[in-house]
Design a protein around this ligand. Structure first.
Ligand code: GLN
Length: 537
């Protein structure tokens, strides 16, 4: 039977519950335990697929096509194991299930209530992955902050489960903030005391406190927290601000979070964690021997979380080459034909990001034209690939109004078109082409050299596609389809023949890049950009 760890948050949001959960999971995994992490989000959306990135950052897509919270990206990047729809559940999904059952008459005339019907459904879902037999430990991260109205049913479900599972099969880790008051020159424990009190009001005594802090927790502070929050002193864990999220597993190891957890769950600690590869990766991240600058051209550049997986994929790929990749965000809207040279000055490579809608389209096209003509390494992801196709259509094939059907329904040259099976769809949620699809790589192409295999699988999230009616024309002019979906002939990868690196995919390679497996497209794009950097010196 799996053991359960629940991670709650107190005092404020943005304390890094996802990173703490992923770091603990990494430590347990490197001791030989089979671990998974799931996230329960209190919002009413069925999934984050319909959310604007400004709301919750990037939408992370799993192999099975679930549109999920970006924390699942951290789980995969740290653990190098795929997650699925079962790893992310929202209030909306819980209620939808319960209401459907009510309509079907499954409650046999009973009044349907938050307790027990909603809480039962939460508990059922919390135990689904644990019951597969695939995991020794399931970590459940609760979104939101204790005390939020909307997270109450989740907290209540945890209270009930703690009671049902018992002390050695479950535990609660509470992540809190220990702020530093500069005027008093002191760390303050009161917010933590209050948030633990609030948890106690809900009937939950946390077993372990993880305290986010900008200053070291000395012994006195630890004692005070232990005394007021009813935990042992070794269960007060310091989580100091780290320069890299990839430091956090090592910081948690130093604080012995994994040992404390295993002792409480009555699991053996015999194997010391094997973190050699992790440390080697961190060593390369921290001691780069070269540096490049990549431009990230997109629509949501003010918010780093909007392109979380892309930024992380650059860290993984950079480490592979011991190269520091500086990612410079550039608002697509700010670029035009006149200022493009100045905007992209000093960049060794340009990535045009995924996205939706017309805003910034012309800036993206201007950037792509510039890098295409000036032999600057280019990578396009999803909308980024579609833009490369539009740009080539307009400027090389002279199809003046070449466009995507998404941007212009009346274009005579819809080089990016709406897929046939998307035409009658009216609901926006969960209806895009989502999840993993196969792709066949053409021999002798750059893509073939990058992947060094002929059959790959990548994750998708889009409605529009390369219009195959134009394929012959494109290939004749030098833009070739080097990756094709073998089942329906949809174009998955395009590349330019006479260019050092001009490769774009209809899929999202960033979603599959992990610390253990940096994505080959990013690794090769970084290499091409490094080559450009050396050539320029
Ligand atoms: N908006 C485009 C489409 O739906 C691209 C989507 C994306 O970049 N994820 O096809």
């Amino acid at each position: 039977m799996a053991k359960y760890i629940f991670v709650t948050g107190g005092v404020t949001s943005s304390l890094g519950k996802g990173i703490i959960s992923a770091s603990l999971a990494k430590l347990l995994q490197s001791r030989g335990y089979r671990v998974t992490i799931q996230k329960f989000d209190p919002y009413i959306n069925i999934d984050p697929g319909t959310l604007n990135p400004y709301e919750h950052g990037e939408c992370y897509v799993t192999e099975d096509g679930a549109e999920t919270d970006l924390d699942l990206g951290h789980y995969e990047r740290f653990l190098n194991t795929p997650t699925s729809q079962a790893n992310n559940v929202t209030t909306g999904r819980i209620y939808q299930h319960v209401i459907n059952k009510e309509r079907a008459g499954d409650y046999l005339g009973k009044t349907v209530q938050v307790v027990p019907h909603i809480t039962d459904e939460i508990k059922r879902r919390m135990q689904l992955l644990g019951q597969t037999g695939n995991y020794d430990i399931v970590i459940t991260e609760l979104g939101g902050t204790v005390g939020d109205i909307e997270s109450t049913p989740f907290i209540e479900a945890v209270r009930q489960l703690r009671w049902e599972l018992g002390n050695s099969d479950s535990l609660v880790i509470h992540l809190t903030l220990v702020p530093y008051l500069a005027a008093a020159g002191e760390l303050k424990t009161k917010p933590t005391q209050h948030s633990v009190k609030m948890l106690l009001e809900y009937g939950i005594q946390p077993d372990i406190l993880v305290c986010r802090t900008e200053h070291r927790l000395n012994q006195d502070i630890r004692k005070k927290l232990a005394l007021f929050c009813n935990v042992k002193i070794n269960a007060v864990i310091e989580s100091a601000d780290a320069t890299s999220i990839y430091d956090v597993p090592l910081l948690m190891l130093k604080e012995q979070l994994d040992k404390t957890v295993l002792a409480k769950l009555k699991l053996p600690t015999k194997n010391e964690p094997d973190l050699e590869k992790w440390k080697a990766f961190l060593g390369k991240v921290k001691n780069p021997t070269s540096e490049i600058k990549i431009g990230l051209v997109g629509k949501y550049v003010e918010l780093p979380d909007a392109y979380k997986s892309i930024n992380e994929a650059f860290i993984h790929a950079g480490a592979e080459h011991e190269c520091k990749v500086r990612v410079k965000s550039i608002a697509a809207e700010s670029i035009n034909e006149e200022n493009v040279a100045e905007k992209l000055q000093g960049l060794h490579g340009v990535l045009v990001a995924p996205g939706f809608g017309e805003r910034g389209l012309n800036g993206k096209l201007a950037a792509i034209k510039y890098v295409r003509e000036n032999q600057i390494p280019f990578m396009g992801i999803c909308l980024g690939m579609q833009c490369a196709v539009i740009e080539f259509g307009r400027n090389v094939l002279q199809l003046e109004d070449a466009n995507s059907y998404e941007m212009d329904k009346n274009s005579k040259n819809p080089v990016i078109n709406l897929m046939e099976d998307q035409k009658n769809i009216t609901n926006m949620g969960g209806t895009m082409r989502l999840g993993a699809y196969p792709c066949e790589i053409k021999k002798g192409t750059k893509a073939a050299a990058i992947y060094s295999k002929t059959r790959i699988s990548e994750r998708h999230r889009h409605r529009y596609e390369f219009n195959n009616a134009y394929l012959e024309q494109y290939e004749k002019a030098g833009m070739i389809a080097s990756g094709i979906n073998p089942d329906n002939q949809l174009v998955e990868i395009i590349e330019l023949k006479n260019h050092p690196f001009f490769v774009a995919g209809q899929f999202h390679p960033e979603l599959k890049s992990t610390v253990a497996n940096p994505h080959p497209l990013f690794v090769n794009f970084v290499a091409a950009s490094m080559a450009r950097a050396t050539k320029k010196q």
